[in-house]
Design a protein around this ligand. Structure first.
Ligand SMILES: Cc1ncc(COP(=O)(O)O)c(C=O)c1O
Length: 459
C-alpha cells in the first residue's frame, strides 16, 4: 500500500501489536499538528493521538528540559530522595489547579491508569484513617473509562474493554451518565432540568449502600467511551454537593479533559466544582514522557499526614525526574503560549471557537446525528437514521471506515464504537493540539466531509 509500511504477517514484528488485523504505518517524526511516517506521508493529528498532545509535536524546549535533567540526574527512588524538579513542579501544578488545592499535595506516577489506581487507594486509605473502615465501594458511571489496570477496569464501564475481565473484578454500583443526545429521562429541554435526576441517582446509590461508599469517580467531560459528552448545567454541582454531604470523596478523572484541553485549566472549573482528588495524565506531559498525577486537596492530605503518616502505595517510577522535567516544561509552555485561552471555545476568534463553528457544518451530513464537545475536545456521532437516531449495525464499523477514509487523506481521528449501549453506536473523537491553525481546521473539515461521504457509500 503506497505511503504505508505494512507488516504482512505476524512474524514481521516482534511486538505484541494492539491489533493483528491492522497494518500500521511506522511513525518517525512530528512537528506542530503534523506527524510523518517512514515513507514520508504526512498526517494531520486531529485527535492529538488519543487526546494526549496539547502543545504540538516537536517542541524543542521540552526535549531540552528532558535532556538537561537526564544529564544531571536520571533517577532516584522516592523512599531515599526528593528532587528539586519534583518540589518545583508539584508546587506549580498545585497553583495551576487553583485555590481548591491550596496547601494540598501532588503524587506523580507514569500515566492515567496508575493515577486512577492511586486515587482509588488514597480514597480508601482516607476513609480508614477517619474511622470509616466500612467504606470500601467506589461508585462510577456507565459508559466511563478510567484505565486498563484491574482496579481501573473495575470502575470503568467501557463494555468492550471490561467484559472478559469481569470474573476478576470487584463489582461496584454505577449510575447513569447524562448523555443528552440520548437522554435516559426523555427530556426535551437539552437536559436543562434532568441533570438533577441524574444527580439524584448518585444520592440513591449512596443511600442504598448504607455508608459503604468511599468515593465517586467520574470524568467531568466524558472521554473516548461516550465521546466528549458535556454535563448539563447544575449536574456536577449537585453531585459534588451530595458527595460532600454524604462524606464521600469526589474523584474527578481529568486524564483526558484536564490541563487546558476544554478551555479551562481543568474541566471542573467550568462549573466551579471542587473535587477532593483530581487525576491528570495525557496532556500533563503532552506525550513527551509517560506521566500521570494526583492533585490532592488539603483535607485528604492532612488526614494522612496527621494520621498514619504515610500513603500505603508506591511505584518505583513515581516522580521520575525526566518525566517531571517534561511535565514542568509543558506546563510552562502552556502558560507562555496562553494555550488554555486558545482552547476556550466560548471566546470568539479563538482556535477552539473556530473548531466549534467548523464542526457545526458537519451536521449537514445525513450520517451525522450529533456534534458535541467543549474546548478542544469534541465528538461526532454517526447514525443510520437521523430522525430515529438509529445507530449503524456494529459490524458495518462505520466509524472505523470514516477513520480509514480520513487516514487515506492524511488525517488522523480516533474512532470508537459502543456509545449507545456498549456495543452499538459509532463516533470519532476529535482532540487536536492547540497549535492547529484556522486554515488547517478548514482543510480538516473538508476532508472529514469527504471521508464520511465515502464511508456512507461503501458497502
Ligand atoms: C478518562 C481516562 N482515565 C484514565 C485513562 C487511562 O490512562 P492511561 O491510558 O494513560 O493509562 C484514560 C485513557 O484513555 C482516560 O481517558
Amino acid at each position: 500500500m503506497p505511503g504505508q509500511a505494512v507488516f504482512q504477517d505476524r512474524t514481521d514484528s516482534a511486538l505484541l501489536r494492539r491489533s493483528f488485523r491492522k497494518s500500521l504505518p511506522s511513525a518517525v517524526r512530528g512537528d506542530g499538528a503534523y506527524l510523518w511516517d517512514a515513507n514520508g506521508k504526512q498526517y494531520l493529528d486531529f485527535s492529538g493521538s488519543a487526546a494526549v498532545n496539547f502543545i504540538g509535536h516537536g517542541v524543542n524546549e521540552i526535549v531540552t528540559a528532558m535532556t538537561d535533567q537526564a544529564r544531571g540526574l536520571e533517577f532516584i527512588h522516592g523512599s531515599q530522595f526528593t528532587t528539586p524538579i519534583a518540589e518545583q513542579y508539584a508546587s506549580e501544578l498545585l497553583q495551576f489547579a487553583g485555590d481548591n488545592f491550596r496547601e494540598g499535595a501532588v503524587y506523580f506516577c507514569s500515566g492515567g491508569s496508575e493515577a486512577v489506581e492511586a486515587a482509588l487507594k488514597l480514597a480508601r486509605q482516607y476513609q480508614v484513617e477517619i474511622g470509616e473502615r466500612q467504606r470500601t465501594q467506589i461508585v462510577s458511571r456507565d459508559q466511563s473509562y478510567h484505565g486498563a489496570t484491574l482496579g481501573a477496569v473495575a470502575v470503568s464501564r467501557n463494555k468492550r474493554r471490561r467484559e472478559i475481565y469481569r470474573p476478576m473484578l470487584r463489582e461496584f454500583a454505577t449510575v447513569s451518565t447524562p448523555y443528552c443526545y440520548r437522554c435516559a429521562y426523555d427530556c426535551t429541554d437539552g437536559c436543562f432540568n434532568c441533570g438533577q435526576e441524574y444527580a439524584a441517582e448518585v444520592e440513591q446509590v449512596i443511600a442504598d449502600s448504607e455508608d459503604t461508599v468511599a468515593a465517586v469517580i467520574l470524568e467531568p467531560v466524558s472521554g473516548a467511551t461516550l465521546g466528549a459528552v458535556v454535563p448539563p448545567k447544575g449536574y456536577l454541582e449537585k453531585v459534588a454537593e451530595i458527595c460532600r454531604r454524604k462524606e464521600v470523596l469526589l474523584i474527578a478523572d481529568e486524564v483526558m479533559s484536564g490541563m487546558g484541553r476544554t478551555g479551562r485549566n481543568f474541566a471542573v472549573d467550568h462549573w466551579s466544582v471542587t473535587p477532593d482528588i483530581l487525576v491528570a495524565a495525557k496532556g500533563l506531559s503532552s506525550g513527551y514522557a509517560p506521566l500521570g498525577a494526583l492533585i490532592i486537596s488539603k483535607k485528604v492530605v492532612d488526614v494522612i499526614a496527621s494520621g498514619s503518616g504515610s500513603f500505603i502505595h508506591g511505584f518505583t517510577y513515581s516522580s521520575h525526574p525526566i518525566s517531571l522535567a517534561a511535565g514542568r516544561a509543558v506546563l510552562n509552555h502552556i502558560a507562555q503560549h496562553s494555550l488554555v485561552e486558545t482552547a476556550n471555545s466560548e471566546t470568539d476568534g479563538s482556535i477552539a471557537y473556530t473548531l466549534r463553528e467548523n464542526l457545526g457544518r458537519l451536521l449537514d451530513l445525513n450520517a451525522i446525528g450529533d456534534v458535541r464537545g467543549i474546548g478542544l475536545l469534541w465528538a461526532v456521532e454517526f447514525v443510520a437514521n437521523r430522525a430515529s437516531k438509529a445507530p449503524f449495525p456494529t459490524e458495518t464499523n462505520f466509524c472505523g471506515r470514516v477513520a480509514q477514509a480520513a487516514i487515506a487523506r492524511g488525517l488522523l481521528v480516533y474512532p470508537v464504537q459502543g456509545c449507545v449501549d456498549g456495543d452499538l453506536g459509532d463516533h470519532i473523537l476529535i482532540a487536536p493540539p492547540a497549535v492547529i491553525s484556522k486554515e488547517q481546521i478548514s482543510w480538516v473539515v473538508e476532508q472529514l466531509v469527504a471521508a464520511v461521504e465515502e464511508a456512507s457509500v461503501r458497502p
